[in-house]
Design a protein around this ligand. Structure first.
Ligand code: BTN
Length: 264
């Protein structure tokens, strides 16, 4: 474990990178807190960080669990223009991967739509949620969970075959110690902030493509209703979807769970 998170240190190290910061030793979900704060008028760039979540959320209603102090758990409030909303998960993925790389030298890949990958295992997950009032979006929240100092025995049985942490990967690379979570948060927020301010969707898609571990590969995609498609993952679209080539035709997949099947 690192030397811990605290309000003063977070404020000091995130000055100029993020908006106001709320540190919570324990909460239900930082995404819920950030959505509430956004609805109350939190400025863009506001961040909620927690040591421990009792009801951390993953995609499709799944839970996201991590032992206290072992993960970086945070949610960022943004107020993007409507055309950028679909690419927020891509932005968060590229920003997280670049932040991790800058601080550790590890080179994370991205598995569409929301996984940050090291050596074929998930090191971080992203959950973007929006709250709508009438016809307008009151705020978008980018929630990110990074497994930092977790050891293999810390993972639940359900994810132990597919999850990893920075500590495990840094040790496998023959180096010592995961980064401090405050420094990691600052590095990730800086990478997100820089790309968000100078919004350039084509460049962002190029970066996501360069880090993708699925493009050009044959994949099986399971949709939210359990429907399954197989094909070659061809490209990421301007709305954050995946283009899949299946049986000679191109299909646009808006949401799914991807499994690699091999080379095309
Ligand atoms: C996934 O991989 O399914 C997404 C996981 C997202 C987890 C993070 S942890 C911080 C934030 N608060 C939440 O409740 N979820 C996100």
């Amino acid at each position: 474990m690192d030397s811990g998170l605290d309000q003063q240190r977070l404020e000091r190290e995130l000055a100029g990178i993020a908006g106001p910061v709320r540190y919570l030793p324990e909460t239900g979900s930082t995404n819920s807190d950030a959505l509430d704060w956004a609805a109350e008028g939190a400025p863009e760039g506001a961040v909620v960080v927690a040591e421990y979540q009792t009801a951390g959320r993953g995609r499709w209603g799944r839970s996201w669990e991590s032992a206290s102090g072992t993960a970086l758990l945070f949610s960022l409030v943004l107020r993007p223009p409507p055309e950028a909303v679909g690419l927020l998960t891509t932005l968060a993925g590229v920003g997280s991967a670049a932040g991790i790389e800058g601080l550790t030298g590890l080179e994370p890949g991205l598995k569409w739509p929301n996984d940050v990958i090291l050596r074929d295992r998930k090191v971080a997950g992203i959950l973007v949620e929006t709250r709508v009032s009438g016809s307008s979006v009151t705020g978008a929240v980018v929630g990110i969970g990074v497994n930092v100092s977790s050891l293999p025995e810390d993972f639940s049985q359900e994810v132990s075959g597919t999850a990893t942490s920075l500590a495990v990967e840094i040790a496998a690379a023959g180096r010592r110690g995961p980064p401090e979570r405050t420094a990691l948060l600052a590095a990730i927020l800086q990478q997100i902030d820089q790309r968000y301010r100078t919004w350039a969707p084509e460049r962002l898609l190029e970066e996501a493509t360069a880090r993708s571990v699925i493009l050009g590969r044959t994949v099986r995609v399971r949709g939210p209703q359990g429907n399954v498609m197989e094909g070659v993952a061809r490209r990421l679209t301007r709305t954050g979807a995946l283009e899949l080539e299946a049986g000679g035709t191109l299909a646009i997949v808006e949401s799914g769970e991807v499994e690699r099947l091999g080379a095309p």
